[in-house]
Design a protein around this ligand. Structure first.
Ligand code: NAP
Length: 557
């Protein structure tokens, strides 16, 4: 079908905020109450009339709302159930409601392409004469054939063309962005991918030419899969400042939905006024991730499970520790486009220990033999510590001990042995898991460092505290490894105190935040609580983040 002559919206894009919040309600009063509570902060609202049993009954109240709020920009939407909305009436009844919405002052209506085709041409033209029309297309399964879809839409004139698809791969976001870039010079486009893997298109879509995007009013009020809530888009991702020159970073893994890295790293970029955004990159395969990283292009990535080992082969080069450990958690794209790898987990483990002691010569037990354990073992060996490894699967621990010239230790022998530090590098104790990797009688050490950071106080740390031992929460590793990443990417000292603060707050919100009191001995600078930072502390000096002051118990043995 031939493309129509480009037609520009009669509603100038500069009049539209970047974020539109869909409003739903159980009845007209509830819908309007919700709108009333949102409009001050978010004047651009979409009234989902189709969520009401009788959409037309809400219109007098919507009229009153518009009279009270001349600043509001309102889209009326009454999507039919056959087109994945909730309105059970015919296309003609839908048209009737949208005309009434226009008559009471709604500036825009959303018409799905299927309904627009059901309307008679002169009916559609009449609607367009009365109100701005967003002609929309939704695909709830995939992102494909976007140009064909658009060719089938753009023969109908519209103020905005909205194409919303579903991301099943990370690369679908790139497809959407290329589509937006190709058409946004000629048409007023709105585009995004739904689904958890499409979240990056909600942030980067506006960078690629989408006039605006959608955000849910609050967690739990999503009207589409993967919709991010408005405070997250504003406060975490700073969507209002994302533009073509904004650098893109992200945490790549499968899954990444619960990662606190976006909260921490975006806060660091904001604090240091770096024009960058940090996203969750939920990749189902490394191939998908690398294709996406190349085409966006992404300047740097934090790599998490399950790609830490697999990505090493795909890098142009990496630092010696990364090669020894065989795992990379930090990727940086150089000027020539090549990807280089680092392992900042080592700094995340060694750093908190060296803030408390000289690690050289210390006896350190590492429990676990996976990626984090390897970082601990090789990192501490490089600092001349005497390292011991124990693991559920003895063969893996034996192999690691051999490679790193550490010592393998049998679980059965642990109760008889003493260490300066015990490090938990297993997932035991994480989130819902209330187990500890060791029993109380096996905790014979000055310090217990649990790499698990959510919850802040694990069962292992509680046991250690009860025994009077010094404890180091995994949050310190999380912040330190992130701080080092920030420094590699930006060349600036990381705002460590700010990073610790936002992660602590995020864990608090998750109900996981109670930090254990930590103890400290030799070479400890004065401890401070994880209070709101007054000013940034450079990474090199910002020691002992998250450390609460003084326990009365002495843990020295
Ligand atoms: P990984 O490569 O999967 O290794 C997991 C290790 O834990 C393996 O040695 C495994 O033993 C052992 N393990 C797993 N389930 C166990 C169980 N039920 N009982 C006993 N041992 C068990 O994982 P990873 O990347 O090393 O990460 C380990 C943990 O470190 C993560 O869960 C996370 O909490 C923490 N971590 C924290 C940070 C941070 O920034 N704070 C960063 C990275 C990791 P087998 O060999 O027998 O399977």
């Amino acid at each position: 079908m031939p493309l129509a002559t480009p037609n520009y919206s009669r509603i100038q894009r500069f009049r539209l905020p970047r974020l539109c919040v869909p409003v739903i309600g159980s009845d007209p009063q509830n819908l309007l109450d919700r709108a009333e509570s949102l409009v001050r902060d978010n004047p651009f609202l979409e009234f989902r009339l189709d969520y009401l049993a009788q959409p037309a009954a809400a219109l007098p109240k919507v009229k009153h709302f518009l009279e009270l709020h001349p600043e509001a920009m309102v889209i009326a939407t009454c999507r039919r159930a056959v087109n994945n909305g909730k309105f059970r009436g015919s296309a003609q009844s839908q048209l009737d409601i949208l005309l009434k919405a226009a008559a009471i002052g709604c500036q825009l209506v959303d018409v799905e392409i299927q309904s627009a085709r059901d309307f008679k041409r002169d009916q559609y033209a009449d609607l367009r004469n009365r109100v701005g029309v967003i002609l929309s297309f939704h695909d709830f399964k995939a992102t494909k054939k976007l140009d064909d879809i658009f060719a089938g839409m753009s023969d109908l004139p519209a103020d905005f063309y909205k194409v919303v698809t579903t991301a099943t791969h990370l690369y679908d976001n790139v497809t959407m962005m290329k589509f937006l870039q190709a058409h946004s010079g000629h048409y007023e486009m709105v585009g995004l991918c739904m689904g958890e893997q499409g979240i990056i298109s909600r942030v980067l879509g506006v960078r690629a030419g989408s006039v605006f995007t959608f955000a849910s009013a609050a967690p739990g009020e999503e009207t589409a899969p993967g919709q991010v809530n408005i405070s997250e888009l504003r406060d975490t991702y700073r969507i209002e400042m994302v533009e073509a020159s904004t650098q893109v970073y992200g945490v790549a893994g499968d899954p990444v939905a619960h990662s606190l890295s976006p909260v921490m790293m975006n806060a660091a970029f904001r604090r240091e006024t770096v024009n960058a955004v940090y996203l969750g990159l939920h990749a189902k395969s490394l191939k998908d991730l690398l294709a996406c990283a190349n085409d966006i292009p992404i300047r740097g990535m934090s790599i998490t499970m399950p790609y830490k080992e697999e990505i090493v082969e795909a890098l142009s080069n990496s630092d010696p520790l990364t090669r020894q450990i065989g795992a990379c958690n930090t990727v940086v794209r150089s000027q020539d486009g090549k990807l280089y790898g680092f392992n900042t987990d080592v700094a995340g483990i060694v750093g908190p220990l060296e803030q408390r002691m000289t690690t050289a010569g210390k006896r350190v037990l590492v429990v676990g033999a996976g990626g984090a354990a390897r970082a601990a073992v090789f990192g501490l060996k490089s600092r001349n510590a005497e390292v011991f490894v124990a693991n559920r699967t003895p063969e893996t621990a034996q192999a690691l001990a051999r490679q790193a010239k550490a010592k393998y230790v049998k679980r059965a022998d642990l109760a008889k042995l003493n260490f300066d530090v015990i490090i938990n590098a297993t997932p035991l104790g994480m989130n819902g898991n209330r187990q500890a990797p060791l029993e109380e009688k096996e905790l014979n050490a000055n310090y217990v460092f649990d790499l698990v950071y959510s919850p802040a106080e694990t069962k292992l740390l509680k046991m250690a505290k009860a025994k009077g031992l010094h404890v180091i929460p995994g949050l310190e590793m999380f912040v330190q490894q992130g701080a080092r990443q920030f420094e590699i990417w930006t060349g600036k000292p990381a705002p460590v105190a700010e990073m610790a603060y936002v992660v602590t707050k995020a864990l608090d919100r998750l109900g996981n935040g109670a930090l254990p009191e930590t103890h400290h001995e030799e070479e400890s600078p004065a401890p401070h609580p994880p209070a709101k930072p007054a000013k940034k502390a450079p990474a090199t000096k910002a020691k002992r983040v998250l450390v609460k002051s003084g326990s009365k118990k002495s843990a020295r043995r």
